[in-house]
Design a protein around this ligand. Structure first.
Ligand code: HEC
Length: 442
């Protein structure tokens, strides 16, 4: 175990979630955008309408700024945040998918190089070569999505990997294809929405109307396909995820996210339909509102994906608190709960003050604090004023009258479908209970 990163009020997981939301919108836009751009550019050459190229230039510049500044910065941010929040989770992924990422980065470099060449050579080289550059970008970007979706899907459903340890067994798992197709459909929809916003700022009225309409059509088709694939995706979720979210063992959160996703989808559908039938309605102000909706909708959707993964951070393999959940013989990985039960959790915690010894009653609370930080802190806010599932408040609801009551709760922790079992020996359990009792609001 590595040192624990405590984020006051929030949890470290929420920091990743926040950065990720900023990342995912530019990412999906960057992957979908060039299919639309290449389509418009081809049309401009084929129908000999150079005025369409004004749009091509504007749209590409937006992608360059929005995706390659915000998208790149937030992408690096996710790596930093995830590395400190969940070093073992990241390590688990890297040990299996380092070549996946390396491949993705090759395509990412192609993306970066080709968009700059594309932007700066528009109108300066022959149309055929310029279009080739656009196609190169469009394919490279989509291939990077093909690869990264495999790693995201692996975290959600690790498939046959748990038995074989094989790269592709984890990659092409049960949620891979539905997730890839859902993302692909929504990437076309997002590209359409952005296109409508950019097109609405064009000066020539006829071109503006025509492009907003085409963008609306892309939006509608992407949306319809996205909803169909999303339904398939939900259907493919593992039983424990369905139990958790669909059969509502987490009623409050699940409802909130579901309502949010549906509400955002309705607003988006309204916008793309408007673009199609009444292109006049699309303008910069509606554009900004829609961007906000898109942002929130993506946040809710990804929140759902992260939520259904509980209690794991990597399905079947690693719990949200970074403890290995089961043997993976093919990878020589051993389940850690039995090990910690036998040796005690603190024995395996290398980054702890030397002096702390739970056997010494003066250290009991300190030892308990360390254990609780490590075993609960990835999902629960630990401070009194914490906002994300604050431990002291949740415990208060259970009205424990003594540390022994909390010990009983810890023993049954693994019975909750969304929480990992407590991993430690009797002394650890006692220390954790004493500490938890001491922070419970009474
Ligand atoms: C993988 C994430 C995760 C970990 C790790 C985790 N929990 Fe939870 N816990 C949850 C979720 C999700 C809920 C449901 C909260 C809600 O309803 O909003 C929850 C609920 C609770 C509740 C309320 C239970 C009830 O019946 O009302 C308590 C108390 C609690 N956790 C204590 C702990 C303690 C103590 C630890 C560490 C030993 C821990 N949790 C570790 C995710 C986690």
């Amino acid at each position: 175990m590595y040192p624990f990163w405590e984020v006051p009020f929030f949890t470290s997981g929420m920091v990743i979630a926040l950065i990720a939301t900023f990342h995912i919108l530019p990412c999906h836009l960057a992957t979908g955008a060039f299919w639309f751009i290449v389509y418009v550019e081809r049309k401009a050459y084929k129908e000999k309408r150079p005025e369409l190229l004004e749009f091509v230039k504007k749209y590409t510049l937006l992608i360059l700024i929005f995706c390659f500044v915000i998208g790149s910065l937030s992408g690096v941010g996710i790596w930093y945040a995830a590395t400190v929040a969940s070093p073992r989770g990241i390590s688990g992924l890297i040990h299996n998918y380092v070549w996946g990422w390396a491949t993705e980065w090759v395509f990412f470099i192609i993306e970066i190089a080709s968009i700059y060449v594309y932007y700066y050579t528009l109108g300066k080289i022959d149309p055929k070569s310029h279009l080739m550059m656009g196609w190169l970008y469009a394919w490279a970007a989509w291939i990077s999505m093909i690869i990264i979706t495999g790693i995201l899907a692996f975290m959600l459903t690790s498939g046959k990997w748990v038995e074989s340890g094989g790269f592709f067994d984890g990659f092409f798992n049960q949620t891979y294809w539905p997730q890839l197709l859902t993302r692909t459909a929504f990437m076309f929809c997002i590209a359409g929405v952005y296109a409508a916003i950019v097109a609405s700022t064009l000066t020539k009225k006829k071109v503006r109307k025509e492009l907003v309409r085409t963008a609306g059509l892309w939006g509608v088709l992407g949306m319809v396909a996205g909803v169909v694939f999303a339904y398939w995706y939900l259907h493919k979720l593992p039983a424990h995820a369905k139990e958790l979210w669909i059969d509502q063992s987490l009623p409050y959160l699940a409802h909130l996210l579901k309502i949010a996703i549906i509400a955002y989808a309705i607003v988006m559908a309204w916008f793309v339909i408007c673009c199609l039938v009444k292109p006049k309605l699309a303008g910069p102000i509606t554009g900004i509102v829609i961007l906000f909706v898109l942002f929130m909708g993506i946040g809710a959707g990804e929140g759902f994906r992260e939520g259904v993964r509980r209690p794991y951070i990597i399905d079947q393999y690693m719990y949200g608190n970074q403890i290995v959940a089961r043997d993976i013989p093919a990878k020589h990985i051993k389940a850690e709960v039995p090990i910690f039960e036998k040796d005690g959790f603190l024995t395996h915690l290398y980054f702890k003050p030397d002096k702390i010894d739970p056997k010494n009653s003066r250290d009991l609370l300190k030892a308990g604090e360390l254990i609780v930080h490590h075993q609960c802190g990835n999902c629960h806010a630990l401070d009194r004023f914490g906002k994300i599932r604050p431990l002291s408040k949740l415990l208060e609801n259970l009205a424990p009258e003594s540390p022994e009551d909390i010990e009983g709760f810890l023993e049954a922790l693994g019975d909750y479908p969304f929480m990992p079992p407590f991993a430690g020996n009797d002394l650890d359990k006692k220390a954790a209970s004493e500490y938890l009792f001491s922070i419970t609001r009474r």
